[in-house]
Design a protein around this ligand. Structure first.
Ligand SMILES: NC(=O)c1ccc[n+]([C@@H]2O[C@H](COP(=O)([O-])OP(=O)(O)OC[C@H]3O[C@@H](n4cnc5c(N)ncnc54)[C@H](OP(=O)(O)O)[C@@H]3O)[C@@H](O)[C@H]2O)c1
Length: 292
C-alpha cells in the first residue's frame, strides 16, 4: 500500500528566500512542502531556468547502464522529485537533449511523471498559471537518431517538438511520425557540425509556443551550450550528500560538459535562494543573461 504523500514527504526548510519575481499562488499542499515560490516575469523574452541534482563532488550522471539517471545522484529522494515536479508544473516548455532522453527513455518530462502522488496539486498549479496541458516537450538532437516509438513521442500524452538539423530531419522522416510530434530542422553552419546554437533553439521554441517560462533539464552538453550563449537566467541545483568519486579514466559527467569557462571566460552566479531537506540542499543561483 502506498503511503499518503504527507507521511512520506517532509516540508523543506527555507534558509534564504529570493525576493525577485512574482510570488506564485501554490496549492496548499505544495505551499506547505516547498514554501513560497517566486518566479520572474520578464518583458519581451522568456525566463529560462535549469534544474539539476549533483553530488557533493559535482557528478550529475554516473553515465553507466542502469545507473545513468538523476535518481542515482539524489538517492531517489522524494523532496528532490517534489521540487522537480514543481518546476515542471510552472514551465510552459521543457527542453532536453537526446542523451537525457536516452538515459531515461520511458520517461515523460511532466510533473505527474516524476511525482504521481502530487499530480492533482501540480495540475491545479499549472491550470492557475493558464496551462491546461503538460509543458511542450522539446527534444534536441543534431543527428536525428531518435526512436519515434518511445513513449514521449508515441504515447500521445504530450506535444513534442524535435529540433534537429536538415540531415537529422531527413533521418527522422524515415520513421512514422506520430500526430503529437513536430519536427523542425534548423540550419547549422559547417563549422559547428550538427550542433544547433542555443539561441536558435530558443528562437524556434518561441515561434512554436510563445512561452513565459522555459525549463532546461539538460543534460550537461545541452546546458553547456545554453551557458556558453549566456541564456540561463537561473540554475536550480540540488546538492545530494554523497561523494560519487571518479576513476582516473572515468566517464562520469558534471553539470556542464563540452564547454569550458574559467579561466578565459569566467561565469559567476549569485545565490538567490536556499532550502534544506534533511542533508540535501536546494540551491538557486542567478546568472547574467545576454539575449540576442
Ligand atoms: N543529474 C541531473 O540533474 C541530470 C539532468 C539531466 C541529465 N542528466 C544525465 O546526463 C546524462 C546525459 O548527458 P548528455 O550530456 O549526453 O546529455 P544531453 O545534453 O541531453 O545529450 C547530448 C545529446 O543531445 C543532443 N544535443 C545537445 N545539445 C545539442 C545542440 N546544441 N545541438 C544539437 N544537438 C544537441 C546531441 O544529440 P545527437 O547526438 O543526437 O546529435 C547530443 O549528443 C544522462 O545520464 C542523464 O541522466 C542528469
Amino acid at each position: 500500500m502506498s503511503r499518503p504523500v504527507s507521511a512520506a514527504l517532509a516540508p523543506l526548510t527555507t534558509l534564504l528566500a529570493t525576493r525577485r519575481g512574482k510570488q506564485l499562488a501554490l496549492p496548499p499542499r505544495l505551499a506547505r512542502l516547498y514554501g513560497s515560490l517566486r518566479v520572474p516575469s520578464l518583458h519581451g523574452r522568456p525566463y529560462v531556468f535549469s534544474n539539476f541534482v549533483a553530488t557533493l563532488d559535482g557528478v550529475v550522471s554516473l553515465n553507466e547502464t542502469g545507473h545513468a539517471s538523476g535518481g542515482d545522484i539524489s538517492g531517489f529522494n522524494a523532496q528532490d522529485r517534489m521540487v522537480m515536479g514543481l518546476l515542471r508544473a510552472v514551465a510552459d516548455v521543457v527542453i532536453i537533449g537526446a542523451g537525457t532522453l536516452g538515459a531515461d527513455s520511458r520517461h515523460l518530462w511532466t510533473a505527474a511523471a516524476i511525482f504521481p502522488g502530487l499530480a492533482n496539486d501540480y495540475r491545479q498549479l499549472s491550470a492557475a498559471l493558464g496551462n491546461s496541458e503538460a509543458p511542450l516537450h522539446v527534444i534536441v538532437s543534431g543527428s536525428g537518431t531518435l526512436d519515434l516509438g518511445l513513449p514521449v513521442f508515441a504515447a500521445g500524452k504530450v506535444q513534442t517538438l524535435i529540433l534537429t538539423t536538415r540531415p537529422g530531419a531527413k533521418r527522422l522522416l524515415q520513421q512514422h511520425v506520430p500526430d503529437s510530434v513536430e519536427i523542425r530542422a534548423i540550419r547549422t553552419t559547417g563549422r559547428s557540425g550538427h550542433a544547433i546554437p542555443a539561441q536558435a533553439i530558443l528562437d524556434e521554441v518561441c515561434r512554436v509556443r510563445p512561452a513565459r517560462r522555459i525549463l532546461v533539464e539538460g543534460g550537461p552538453r545541452l546546458l553547456g551550450d545554453f551557458y556558453a550563449a549566456r541564456l540561463i537566467d537561473e540554475q536550480f541545483l540540488t546538492l545530494a550528500p554523497q561523494i560519487a568519486g571518479r576513476a582516473a579514466d572515468d566517464r562520469r559527467l558534471s553539470l556542464v560538459m563540452g564547454r569550458s569557462f574559467v579561466p578565459d571566460d569566467p561565469l559567476w552566479g549569485s545565490l538567490t535562494d536556499l532550502r534544506r531537506g534533511g542533508s540535501h540542499l536546494y540551491l538557486r543561483y542567478s546568472f547574467p543573461v545576454e539575449p540576442a
